[in-house]
Design a protein. Structure first.
Length: 261
């Protein structure tokens, strides 16, 4: 079975396979998986660990035996040469990793564990970057859509002026009648408390007030809204923003803070 992406379990098996530490039956199954299933994910993981293991084995410093050890080995060879040499014992083939000795193996395993953790961290960074790229692509698409709408010659602009206690506030509505869409930009309108909200209204020629959006401003008093107009919002007499209870109301009850004709 091919794997679509790596995980900790697959990385652990690839690590053990790469350093020659899998039991023989599991090693055969894993080798068969790499060859017959053509799993590119496992192949890449095991190759990476094999390369690291071989590099560590090559870099192990050679040790010259002392004279006493050499003399002891020669004496043992002379003694054994005078006796019948038994048939050689068939032992399982050892990997290059096993011949480098347990102290080096332990150090190499620790190094491979560090590399494994680094790979997990890098994958998380790649995933986070991929998410960010998707977000940026969405922002670019929205900006392009807004640019097309703002350059439409059929666009209507409605200016909003501050009212009552917010004379410094202002706003502008870009009304695309083609797709029944409002892009609203508000500045210098102080945020309201959590139990209150601003509500944007579309007032028709017969005086009907249709709720377009409930919103609050940022800390700097700005807000940007992109909304589809409610049914019945066709012939505009006025656009207004009032202060209402949180969540808004079916009809305006609070004071006007912005008004445009």
């Amino acid at each position: 079975m091919k794997h679509l992406q790596s995980n900790s379990e697959l990385q652990e098996k690839a690590l053990l396979y790469g350093i020659g530490a899998l039991p023989e039956e599991e090693r055969r199954d894993y080798a068969r998986h790499l060859e017959e299933d053509d799993c590119q994910v496992c192949a890449a993981e095991s190759l990476e660990f094999q390369n690291v293991a071989q590099s560590l084995a090559i870099n192990v410093p050679a040790q010259t035996p002392s004279a006493a050890v050499k003399a002891r080995l020669m004496a043992q060879v002379r003694a054994e040469s005078s006796t019948v040499v038994p048939a050689p014992e068939v032992r399982p083939k050892r990997s290059a990793w096993q011949w480098i000795g347990w102290p080096v193996a332990a150090a190499a395993a620790a190094a491979l564990a560090i590399i494994l953790n680094m790979n997990v961290g890098l994958r998380r960074q790649v995933d986070a970057l991929a998410i960010r790229v998707t977000q940026l692509e969405g922002e670019v698409t929205r900006n392009q859509t807004q640019m097309v709408a703002l350059t439409d010659p059929r666009l209507t602009v409605v200016n909003l002026a501050g009212q009552g206690n917010t004379p410094q506030a202002s706003g502008r509505i870009f009304w695309s009648k083609t797709d029944r869409r409002w892009m609203v930009y508000v500045v210098s309108l102080p945020p309201v408390p959590a139990d209150r909200a601003y509500q944007l209204w579309f007032v028709t020629q017969d005086g009907t007030k249709l709720s377009a959006q409930v919103f609050n401003t940022e800390a700097d008093g700005s807000a940007m809204l992109d909304l589809q107009l409610p049914p019945g919002a066709t012939s505009l007499m006025a656009a207004a923003v009032t202060t209402e209870p949180a969540g808004g109301l079916p009809q305006p009850s609070g004071a006007f803070v912005l008004l445009g004709m």
